[in-house]
Design a protein around this ligand. Structure first.
Ligand SMILES: [Zn+2]
Length: 463
C-alpha cells in the first residue's frame, strides 16, 4: 500500500459500525485504510482530533436551492458552498428550480453547469425536474448526469417550474422507470389548501377561493391553517399509489405531516420503493412557539405543532423517515416582508445549509438519539439516495476522504450575521446550539479550519 499523504486520527472516529479510536490513512483524495490509532507511518502529515472532538464523514445535503443562474441575488454557488464547507457539508445536491432557466432541459442544465464551474467549495450534484411536457428531455438529462428528478404536485412558487398532475406523472413515470431514475416529490396537493380557503396567495393556486373568512395574516396560526396536513397526506397517498403502479422509485421531500407517517410506514412494509426526508426546522421548532409576524419561520409545507414534531422524531427513530436534509431555500430578506409580517404574502423558505449538523444534533441529543443515528441521517442515507452510497457519506476504505472534525459538546449562539449564507435572516437567530465544526476536508484537502477557508474552491461538479 502506498504511504499516505495524510493521516487524520482521533480517539472518537465515527465508523460504519462503531465510534472508536482510529487513524484514517488518506492517499490522494481517497481513504486508503482505517487503521489503529497508533499506526501513523513515519513522515506523513498528521492531523490529530482532540479528546472532545469527533472525526466523522462529511455531511451530504441532497436538498439545496442555489438559485444560480437567474436568481443569484437569492443565493449562488460561491456563497452556498462556502456555507456548506463551514457547516461540515462536503457534498450537496442542487434543486432544479428557482434558478433561471430551471434544470428541466439539457440546455438549462448546461447553463447551470457553466454557472457553477469553478465557484464551488464542496462537491455539487444536480437534480433535474419533471414538468408538464418535458418527457422528451428526461433521458438526455439523465445521461447528462442529473441524480434524479423532482416534481411538484402544487404550484412551486415560481412560474417557470410548473407543477404536474397525476395525468402528467402517468406520462413521466414509465420513462423514469425505464431510465431507473428516482422521482422526488414535493408532496402537497392543491385540493385541501383551496378548501382551507385562506387566500389565493397562501394556497399558491389560481383557484377561486373563499377569502371571506376571518383571519389575520400576521398570525402564524393563519398560515398553518392555510396549508393543512391533508394536503400532504393526499399527496403522499398519490405518490405511493403511483410508485406501486409503475414500480418507480420515489422519495418524499421535506415531509412534515405526522398524519401520513402511517401511510409511509405501511408502504415501506409492503415493499414499495419509497423513502422520505424531513428538515431541521420541522424537528426544531413548533407552531405554538412562533411569534406573530415572524415570517422567517415560513416554509412549505409549514412547521407544524409540537405534537406533530415529536411524531416526526419517532418516525426518524423507527426508520419511517430516512434522513434529514436542509431544504436550504433562500431569498432576499425583503421578500420575507418582515415590515408587514404578512405570512400569506411572504416568500416561503428557510436557509439552514450551514446549521444542519448542530440543529439536528442538539435536538437528537435531547431525545436520546446517538451519534450513529445522526451520521446516518445526515451523511450516509442522503448519499445513498442519490447513488453516491459507495463513494460518500461513510468513513470506509475506498471512499472519498471527505471528513470533518467537530466538537459535539461545545455550544454557540446563532448569529445570522456570522453565517456564510448570502442572506442572514434566520429563525435560528439567538438559538443556543451544540456542535461546532472545526475542520472540513474535501477529498483529502483541508478546505475549512475554525472560521478560515483554505485555498481556492476545489469542489467537483458530480455529473
Ligand atoms: Zn425545497
Amino acid at each position: 500500500m502506498p504511504t499516505p499523504n495524510l493521516v487524520i486520527r482521533g480517539p472518537r472516529v465515527v465508523l460504519p459500525d462503531s465510534i472508536a479510536p482510529a487513524s484514517i490513512h488518506v492517499v490522494d483524495d481517497k481513504i486508503a485504510a482505517i487503521s489503529s490509532y497508533d499506526n501513523v507511518p513515519e513522515g506523513c502529515k498528521l492531523i490529530d482530533a482532540d479528546d472532545e472532538s469527533l472525526v466523522m464523514a462529511g455531511l451530504v445535503d441532497t436538498h439545496v436551492h442555489i438559485n444560480e443562474p437567474g436568481r443569484t441575488a437569492w443565493e449562488g454557488f460561491a456563497t452556498a458552498t462556502r456555507a456548506a464547507a463551514a457547516g461540515g457539508v462536503t457534498t450537496l445536491v442542487d434543486m432544479p428550480l428557482n434558478s433561471i432557466p430551471p434544470t428541466t432541459t439539457v440546455t438549462g442544465f448546461r447553463e447551470k453547469l457553466a454557472a457553477a464551474n469553478g465557484k464551488c467549495s464542496v462537491d455539487v450534484g444536480f437534480w433535474g425536474g419533471v414538468v408538464p411536457g418535458n418527457n422528451s428531455e428526461l433521458a438526455a438529462l439523465s445521461a447528462a448526469g442529473v441524480v434524479g428528478f423532482k416534481c411538484f404536485l402544487i404550484h412551486s412558487g415560481v412560474d417557470e417550474f410548473p407543477n404536474v398532475t397525476e395525468d402528467d406523472l402517468r406520462v413521466a413515470l414509465p420513462e423514469l422507470s425505464r431510465l431507473g431514475a428516482l422521482l422526488i416529490v414535493h408532496a402537497e396537493v392543491p385540493g385541501p389548501i383551496a378548501r382551507a380557503g385562506i387566500s389565493a396567495a397562501a394556497a399558491g393556486t389560481n383557484n377561486e377561493v373563499n377569502t371571506n373568512k376571518d383571519f389575520c395574516p400576521t398570525q402564524y396560526a393563519t398560515f398553518l391553517a392555510s396549508r393543512p396536513r391533508a394536503a400532504e397526506d393526499e399527496a403522499v397517498a398519490l405518490t405511493i399509489k403511483l410508485s406501486s403502479e409503475f414500480g418507480a422509485r420515489v422519495h418524499v421531500v421535506h415531509h412534515s405531516s405526522a398524519d401520513s407517517l402511517g401511510l409511509l410506514r405501511d408502504a415501506k412494509a409492503a415493499g414499495i420503493r419509497i423513502t422520505a426526508e424531513t428538515c431541521p426546522h420541522y424537528l426544531s421548532f413548533a407552531a405554538e412557539e412562533i411569534p406573530d409576524r415572524a415570517t422567517e419561520y415560513k416554509c412549505c409545507p409549514p412547521i407544524r405543532e409540537r405534537d406533530n414534531r415529536e411524531q416526526l422524531w419517532t418516525a426518524l427513530g423507527d426508520g419511517t423517515i430516512d434522513m434529514v436534509v436542509s431544504d436550504h431555500s433562500p431569498c432576499p430578506p425583503e421578500m420575507k416582508l418582515r415590515e408587514t409580517g404578512d405570512f400569506l404574502q411572504a416568500w416561503g423558505g428557510i436557509s439552514s445549509l450551514q446549521l444542519r449538523l448542530p440543529a439536528v444534533w442538539t435536538e437528537s441529543k435531547r431525545r436520546g438519539f446517538s451519534l450513529d443515528d445522526v451520521a446516518r441521517w445526515l451523511c450516509s442515507a442522503p448519499a445513498k439516495l442519490v447513488g453516491l452510497g459507495g463513494r460518500k457519506g461513510l468513513i470506509a476504505e475506498g471512499y472519498d476522504a471527505d471528513l470533518i472534525i467537530w466538537n459535539p459538546t461545545k455550544q454557540f449562539r446563532v448569529e445570522g450575521e456570522q453565517l456564510e449564507h448570502r442572506h442572514k435572516l434566520t429563525p435560528y437567530q439567538g438559538r443556543l446550539l451544540a456542535g461546532v465544526v472545526e475542520k472540513t476536508f474535501l477529498r483529502g484537502r483541508k478546505i475549512y479550519d475554525n472560521g478560515e477557508f483554505i485555498g481556492e474552491p476545489c469542489g467537483l461538479l458530480l455529473v
